[in-house]
Design a protein around this ligand. Structure first.
Ligand code: PMP
Length: 467
């Protein structure tokens, strides 16, 4: 891999790489492995394309980290940020201060989100949006006189960020290992995973999830369960697309069980699955909803948690007047991020990006499905512009490749060589999240490169043997 990266290595790049290895801690990485491999330093981006420090062009089929939904180089977003920085770079939300973009953004989010959601708290990203949701939920139940409701349920393979408590709702082993998680109050039910389900059809998969939730709540006691968290499509767990109707069924079950229903739209929000939020597809009305990523399309850090009037009022009225709700951050509702978000939202709507994303969906879905005939590909799935290929050693038994083969590393290296960026998960799932600005030509190039790199990996003797 280093050989590929250092082919056209310049002095400056190698100096930077050495500094990176010595000082920069990377998210969700093996520290030791990173010391060996070093970074791939990115220099610039335009539309769907990135340029790295060796002037290699890469087609980004992952929108950075499922966030740059507008594509790179949107001048109007840069102008919005610049103007806000010049006018007022910072305004605290403490002591009842506010800024115009923050207020307008809160109102805008209320307008475009499910009708159940009326109030917004802004964070810096998704993990702290989940963390804020957990804290507000705890406060709410204590406020309304249900202090025993302390248990949280989420899905196996769910991802809800890496805050010290939220990482326990994330049901992925790396986020628990050596972090003393999950907490005794954190529980999981099986993921609605059609490709790996033995159930006969979608209705049975939905019924099984509802059943598992009811069983878990019965086991813990409904008076002990605070909330159920889920993603409409599971992202970091391997782009697992539940059957249509699943989200609505889970909402109904939560309502009946007196359990708050929290939808984490950090990935699925802002056109990623077609509508502005995946919830809107099935008329789902969550009690709380978290978001980040596409909110600012990665141009500035920002996330949010929205809540229903019922939850808000429970907190507001549950304590004597003027009792402070002690949750806050210096950069909550940062005016520059809010100005960026307002312009990004304008691009989705008036700029036609949502519409383009929806128009491109058939090309994306068909391109993935066409690869089902490839010897390595067992499953192709997508919703909107969020999709995955699952590679298997045996299509009949759906057996995974042995971990020692390190197929994801082989794929990642081949992808870099072929100039394509996507996510190669450890369990042989390839995740894709192209920007909403992708054209048909971008998709043709993406799938040509993808096919070429899969063919190349297939020709490696160790991979051939494993089939
Ligand atoms: N929730 C979900 C569903 C996510 O996908 C992510 C990020 N991938 C997060 C929460 C955490 O967001 P962040 O990385 O911005 O903290």
């Amino acid at each position: 891999f280093n050989a590929i990266v250092s082919e056209s290595s310049s002095m400056q790049t190698s100096t930077l790489a050495a500094l990176d290895r010595s000082h920069l801690i990377h998210p969700v990485a093996s520290f030791r492995e990173h010391e060996e491999l070093g970074p791939i330093i990115l220099k610039s981006g335009r539309g769907a394309y990135l340029t790295d420090h060796h002037d290699k062009e890469l087609l980004d089929a992952f929108s950075g980290l499922w966030c740059v939904n507008t594509g790179y180089g949107q001048e109007s977003v840069v102008r919005a940020a610049t103007e806000q920085m010049q006018r007022l770079p910072y305004a605290t939300g403490y002591f009842h201060f506010a800024s115009e973009p923050a207020i307008l953004l809160a109102k805008k989010l209320v307008d475009i989100s499910p009708a159940s959601l009326q109030h917004v708290y802004f964070t810096l990203g998704g993990s702290d949006a989940v963390d804020a949701a957990i804290r507000y939920i705890t406060h709410y139940h204590n406020s309304i006189g249900k202090p025993a409701k302390k248990h949280f349920i989420s899905l196996q393979r769910g991802y809800h960020g890496s805050s010290s408590v939220g990482a326990g709702l994330t049901a992925l082993p790396n986020f628990h290992f050596n972090f003393d998680l999950p907490l005794p109050t954190q529980h999981y039910i099986p993921s609605p995973y059609p490709y790996r389900s033995e159930l006969p059809d979608d209705a049975a998969i939905i019924a099984a999830s509802v059943h598992a939730l009811r069983d878990k709540v019965a086991e813990l006691g409904s008076d002990q369960v605070a909330a159920f968290f889920c993603e409409p499509v599971q992202g970091s767990g391997g782009v697992i697309v539940p059957p249509r109707g699943w989200l609505k069924a889970m909402q109904q079950a939560c309502n009946e069980l007196d359990v708050l229903f929290v939808v984490d739209e950090v990935i699925t929000g802002f056109g990623r699955t077609g509508p502005m939020f995946a919830c809107l597809d099935e008329d789902v009305q969550p009690d709380l909803m978290t978001m980040a990523k596409g909110l600012t399309a990665g141009y500035a850090p920002m996330g949010a948690v929205m809540m229903s009037d019922r939850v808000y009022r429970g907190i507001a009225d549950g304590a004597p007047l003027a009792t402070v709700v002690g949750h806050g951050q210096t950069y909550s509702a940062h005016p520059v991020s809010a100005a960026v978000a307002l312009e990004v939202l304008r691009l989705y709507e008036e700029g036609g990006l949502l519409e383009n994303g929806r128009a491109m969906e058939p090309h994306f879905a068909a391109g993935l499905r066409a690869l089902l005939s490839h010897p390595l590909v067992g499953d192709a799935r997508s919703r909107g512009l969020l999709g995955a290929l699952e590679l298997v050693a045996d299509k009949g038994s759906k057996a995974r490749f042995a971990p020692e083969l390190k197929l994801h590393d082989r794929i990642f290296q081949a992808a870099y060589k072929h100039g394509l960026v996507f996510r190669a998960f450890g369990d042989n799932i390839l995740g894709f999240a192209p920007a909403l600005c992708f054209t048909q030509a971008d998709f043709e190039l993406m799938f040509a490169r993808l096919k070429a790199l899969l063919d190349e990996v297939l020709e490696q003797p160790e991979v051939r043997q494993a089939l």
